[in-house]
Design a protein around this ligand. Structure first.
Ligand code: NAP
Length: 243
């Protein structure tokens, strides 16, 4: 049977590109969405025109009961989960002094707790198969830090820490855990920036362009197929922020 993969936040942006790439490679993909129901349905319909089936499941991944329900549905249909891609996330731009407790808690829940929660829920199935691949979509900001993005950067650094620790814990069970830390990628997340801002990023990027969601999807596909990479934080960034 083909591999089964859950992609959180698979309705648009990077998650959508990952869903398309994996599904076109014959993987049974479950695209999770929360608010973008129309976009998720459209994605399902578009891939259907290529004779590719994907499942779409609504779940707010910052809530354990919804994650658990989603995982139960996947197990009921496919009986296994081979790949989990923790992609869902939100940005938060604020001066450090202006971050409230609610702001902090919200970004932690959506970006970091969601990955903890989804990983815990799929793990029993991966452990019983003695096989699994977990990919956390973190961010270059978790490595170099983003000004006015302290909470966001902390969630992404937290994800990378989780990746490394869990890779050590789960390696003997043949479960690989890696992070992909994107640089600046052309998605809705960066819509608030002006053309001038984006041009500045381009100028600071050795490869002289903004990344595309497909750039991240290619790396995710490679990690799914690979068998000897674990505990790594792979930053796909065109050279932006080389340290
Ligand atoms: P995006 O276009 O804004 O998409 C965000 C995705 O996350 C959407 O599919 C959204 O689903 C989902 N999401 C948000 N909250 C959710 C929740 N509570 N439950 C389930 N899904 C939720 O952003 P993107 O650029 O594709 O970002 C994807 C990941 O890459 C994020 O983790 C982000 O931090 C990371 N990243 C992005 C960049 C960049 O430059 N774009 C750089 C570094 C890292 P709905 O619309 O259905 O709610």
């Amino acid at each position: 049977m083909q591999k089964v993969a859950i992609v959180t936040g698979g309705s648009r942006g990077i998650g959508r590109a990952i869903v398309e790439t994996l599904a076109r490679k014959g993987i049974n993909v479950i695209a999770n969405y929360n608010q973008s129901e129309e976009k998720a349905k459209q994605l399902q319909e578009n891939l259907g025109k290529e004779n590719i089936h994907i499942d779409i499941i609504k779940a707010d991944v910052s809530k354990r009961e919804e994650v658990k329900k989603m995982v139960d549905m996947v197990i009921k249909k496919y009986g296994k989960i081979d790949v989990l891609i923790n992609n869902a996330g939100i940005s938060q731009e604020k001066l450090f002094q202006d971050i409230t407790d609610d702001d902090w808690e919200h970004v932690m829940k959506v970006n970091l707790y969601s990955a903890f929660c989804a990983t815990q829920e799929v793990l029993p199935y991966m452990l019983s198969q003695k096989r699994g691949c977990i990919i956390n979509i973190s961010s270059i900001y978790g490595i170099i830090g983003g000004s006015c993005a302290v909470a966001y950067s902390a969630t992404k650094a937290g994800m990378d820490g989780m990746t490394k620790a869990l890779a050590k814990e789960l390696g003997p069970s043949n479960i690989r855990v890696n992070s992909i830390a994107p640089g600046c990628i052309d998605t809705d997340m960066n819509k608030q920036y002006t053309e001038e801002d984006m041009n500045q990023v381009k100028e600071e990027t050795p490869l002289e362009r903004i990344g595309k969601p497909e750039d991240i999807a290619k790396c995710a596909m490679w990690l799914v197929e690979d068998t000897f990479t674990t505990g790594q934080v792979i930053s796909i960034n065109g050279g932006w922020g080389i340290i």
